[in-house]
Design a protein around this ligand. Structure first.
Ligand code: ZN
Length: 320
């Protein structure tokens, strides 16, 4: 859910003309991050003098479609999944031009942590001497991957009320596995689910590796295979920790429901009905066991125990 306090705070900064030049919006970039920025874009671009944003004027509509002439919107390239120096250079050229129709020139960088270093350095130069009435929104769920010099020039805003568990690229497939109703007795068996989660982690690993390879290639870094692999596995471990956290939150929700707890505190509140179904089928002690199993696996990962063994002995024991 979008963080209303953050939106109010930013809206107030706009009304009182105290906007900073650049913000890092922390949260799922394509969900709450974009949602928050969309609200702001409409507010900043709206042509109506009252009740901004009106949501109906031409500028509001263009802002929402990310097609406003004074808006630069960039995202990681589809194939390489990174933001190149060329993309940021184009953005930089545009921002120094006079605004077409609005009072603002706004740049939105979705997945800003995916900027290659040279791209980050170009952006840094712009942030050091921002043109008048320019505004930058850097959307990311991993602000720790931004250049520290960029981070220090931006105000940090949290877009979501929920603490994020894992990058949205992986949350969706994980939830697909967890909410699967197929299989005997209406619920997927523990073994099938274990297989699917293992496959998902394999996918996360190869994606982490290929992102690091691509970054090294684009930045002309001449690194040994070992260094690259170390970078890839550190990126992967971060993803794996997130996936385990997301898994833990799922079974925590089932536990809350299994012991008759308040369903208003569920993490996956949009999955209430399927969570209730699962909670009805297991006992309170089974629900507790599930949490213990996941905690144990997380500790084993932290101690660098062989991943295959941790997964095969842990995941199959989860019930419900
Ligand atoms: Zn409007």
């Amino acid at each position: 859910m979008i963080n209303q306090n953050a939106l109010d705070w930013l809206s107030n900064a706009f009304v009182t003309e105290r906007m900073a030049h650049a913000y890092v919006i922390v949260g799922p970039p394509r969900q709450e991050g974009t949602e928050l920025v969309d609200h702001l874009l409409q507010l900043l671009f709206c042509e109506n003098s009252e009740n901004q944003p009106c949501l109906t004027c031409d500028s509001c509509r263009r802002a929402l479609a990310h097609k406003h002439p004074d808006l630069q919107w960039i995202e990681p390239q589809k194939k390489s999944r990174i933001i190149s120096a060329d993309q940021v250079r184009t953005l930089q050229q545009q921002i120094y031009k006079t605004a077409y129709s609005a009072d603002w020139k706004i740049c939105v960088i979705v997945g800003a942590d995916r900027m290659q270093k040279s791209a980050g350095n170009i952006l840094l130069k712009t942030l050091e001497e921002p043109p008048k009435n320019s505004l930058f929104f850097l959307l990311t769920d991993s602000p720790q991957f931004l250049l520290p010099t960029i981070r220090s020039r931006c105000q940090l805003v949290t877009a979501s009320t929920k603490q994020q568990s894992v990058h949205e690229d992986w949350l969706e497939p994980l939830l697909k596995v967890l909410t699967n109703r197929a299989g005997t007795g209406g619920a997927i068996t523990a073994f099938a689910r274990s297989d699917q989660i293992t496959t998902l982690l394999k996918g996360a690993k190869s994606s982490a590796m290929s992102i690091e390879k691509e970054l090294a290639k684009q930045e002309n870094r001449n690194e040994t295979k070992e260094v690259l692999e170390a970078r890839g596995s550190s990126r992967y471990r971060e993803l794996r920790t997130g996936i385990m956290r997301a898994l833990m939150l799922w079974y925590r929700d089932i536990l809350i429901l299994a012991c008759g707890g308040n369903d208003s505190i569920l993490y996956y509140d949009d999955k209430k009905s399927i969570l209730s179904e699962r909670a009805e089928k297991i006992s309170y002690s089974q629900a507790i066991d599930n949490i213990n199993i996941i905690e144990k696996m997380t500790r084993q990962f932290e101690r660098n125990m062989p991943e295959g063994r941790v997964l095969s002995t842990g995941l199959c024991k989860i019930i419900g």
